[in-house]
Ligand binder design. Structure first.
Ligand code: DX5
Ligand code: ZN
Length: 227
């Protein structure tokens, strides 16, 4: 993975047809996805349950771009090696998931993956200030994590503060939750480069009818690049 700040669209497969993950992943990549976003939920850190390491390992052969794994679990450290073995390219942990994010980020990199840190809406940008040198990506939640299809929460002030804090360091700013062609210009304008989108990408299409996926991805990208 080479670093650049061009706009990247990362569809979240939480909005895909759960009975057709392989075909859905191939479809979004064929229709222009830059990364594939995988939401791991443990029913404890967030009130929903999704994918353990075996499921993520099954997704791997279908992902030809970047497998961006978002952990909404606590604790994180006992699972780092399993997600590395499953083939995650980027593994993101929440700063709120435990008291030792500095150790967690080091362990993610030591396991050979890119390390990401995520911030819930209530968590200030300053919470990650002292771990940015251990980080390849900061994920700013624009919904309270746990579900797709929620209303966007404006975090543009926090995004701009992070962008200033990061400076020239090769660290992505990822936005997650409620991203669509209306909200994409706001977050891109504030300094984000990776836009996660679930419902706004998968809306209106299917693995057999993929053209709407392409239309949706292009619409989000055009809106963000026009910011
Ligand atoms: C929510 C997840 C998001 C979600 C995005 O906790 O982290 O990735 O799937 O879905 P939309 O784009 O529908 O808000
Ligand atoms: Zn996510």
């Amino acid at each position: 993975m080479t670093f650049d700040r061009s706009i990247k669209i990362a569809p979240s497969i939480l909005a895909a047809d759960f009975a057709s993950f392989g075909a859905e992943i191939r479809a979004i990549e064929a229709e222009g996805a830059d990364w594939v976003h995988i939401d791991v939920m443990d029913g404890h850190f967030v009130p929903n349950l999704t994918f353990g390491p075996p499921a993520v390992k099954a997704f791997r052969p279908h992902v030809k771009t970047v497998m961006d794994v978002h952990l909404m679990i606590t604790p994180v450290d006992p699972f780092i090696d399993a997600y590395a073995e499953a083939g995650a390219d980027i593994l993101t942990a929440h700063v709120e998931a435990g008291p030792h994010i500095h150790r967690t980020l080091q362990a993610i990199r030591a396991a050979g993956m890119k390390a990401g840190v995520a911030l819930n809406p209530a968590t200030p940008a300053e919470a990650v200030q002292h771990v940015l040198d251990l980080t390849d990506l900061v994920c700013v939640m624009t919904v309270n994590p746990g579900f797709g299809g929620q209303k966007f929460i404006d975090m543009t002030t926090k995004i701009a503060a992070l962008r200033a804090m990061i400076g020239d360091r090769p660290i992505h700013i990822e936005i997650d939750g409620g991203v669509d062609p209306t909200t994409a210009p706001m977050v891109a304008g504030a300094g984000a480069d990776v836009l996660v989108a679930g419902s706004a990408v998968f809306r209106g299409g299917s693995a057999d009818n993929t053209a709407p996926y392409g239309d949706n991805i292009r619409a989000i990208r055009a809106a963000a690049e026009g910011a």
